[in-house]
Write a protein that binds this ligand. Sequence first.
Ligand code: OSB
Ligand code: MG
Length: 387
Amino acid sequence: MTAAIARAEVLEVRMPLKEPFVTGFGSTDTRRTVLVHLVDADGVEGWGEAAALDHPFYLPDTTSGTFAVVTEWALPLALDGTADPRSVARGLETIRGNTFARAGVEAAFWCLEAARRGSSLAELFATEADGTGVSPRTCVPVGESVGIHSSLDATLDAVDRAVAAGYRRIKLKVKPGWDEEVVSAVRERLGPAAMLQVDANGSYTLAPDDVERLARLDRYRLACIEQPLGWDDLEGHARLQGEIETPICLDECLRSVADVRRALELGACRNVNLKPGRVGGVTASLEVRGLSVEGGVALWCGGMLESGVGRAVNLALASLDGFTDPADMSPASELYDFDLVEPTYEVDPDGTIEVPRSPGLGFRVTEGRVDACTLRRVEVPVRGARS
Ligand code: OSB
Ligand code: MG
């Protein structure tokens, strides 16, 4: 018998970024994110992160909207049923959009389930993915996402730091006018064999000038160009893929399992950036993994500059087979003065991050730090909550 959930709370936390993270959609200088915290009557805990951005310039989801949907709808709905994470995910499917809100709630239930079974998140996901319990990888190869800097030199410095830290792949943020020059300089610095890719966050169009700019990047042997066109333009990406050689990777366009299915059918991408928050949670992510493997496309786990709470889920997912390329896992130590978990994840000199083997989240959430960052905290009533 598992104990009933005794406490459920939603926190909005604010973590200042050491440096603004600049992309094709604009600049992000603080990370306001939403945490979901469950405690059952035995004191077993579950943590989840709903990692929407503050602003609606990446996707429609925002931190404030996500906080409202989690507290008013998603968490009450989840607490109304059993705590089995798959049932929670199914129940949350009645909520339209709001994928980060659903994923954050679902993640807390996965974490609770792992802790109750004495299993790591990675082991639990492996069992759920294949039904075989095949051991997940113990280490995940990682890459760094390098934002748009004020100069080429500043970019090269950031690239040098990432390489020195061991990162196996560099992803450069680009936009029209900040593309070929920076890609060429970084390719020269890294050498021909290094894994390099770019992310435009939807800043190009199908206008001939833009298509020509993108086609010029073919000569730099990029692993992929991520989300060159609009956040909801699958058809445009399918057309663009016919005009450039570099594989297109989609991020913003893939907001559900159905989106991924359709993108693969249309030939809109040959490479999938999978973010659990963006597709609506772990259950959806496991389906996306299956579709990507079946479709024979490259698959990797993206990032949302999450705190260690969100990164824990990403690491566990990325440890499953089928993930062919390094995960986006820019170092917490470069992003934030401190993380909410201690110790935080760290990249080994061989460019991998060790997947936690301890039960539950796998990282210790430091409540003192969480408290110091908390802007607001709402307790959601658990009366009638089942186990
Ligand atoms: O486009 O992949 C993106 C961060 C926030 C929002 C969107 C994106 C990103 C990143 C950062 O590129 C990757 C990371 O979390 O390390
Ligand atoms: Mg992206």
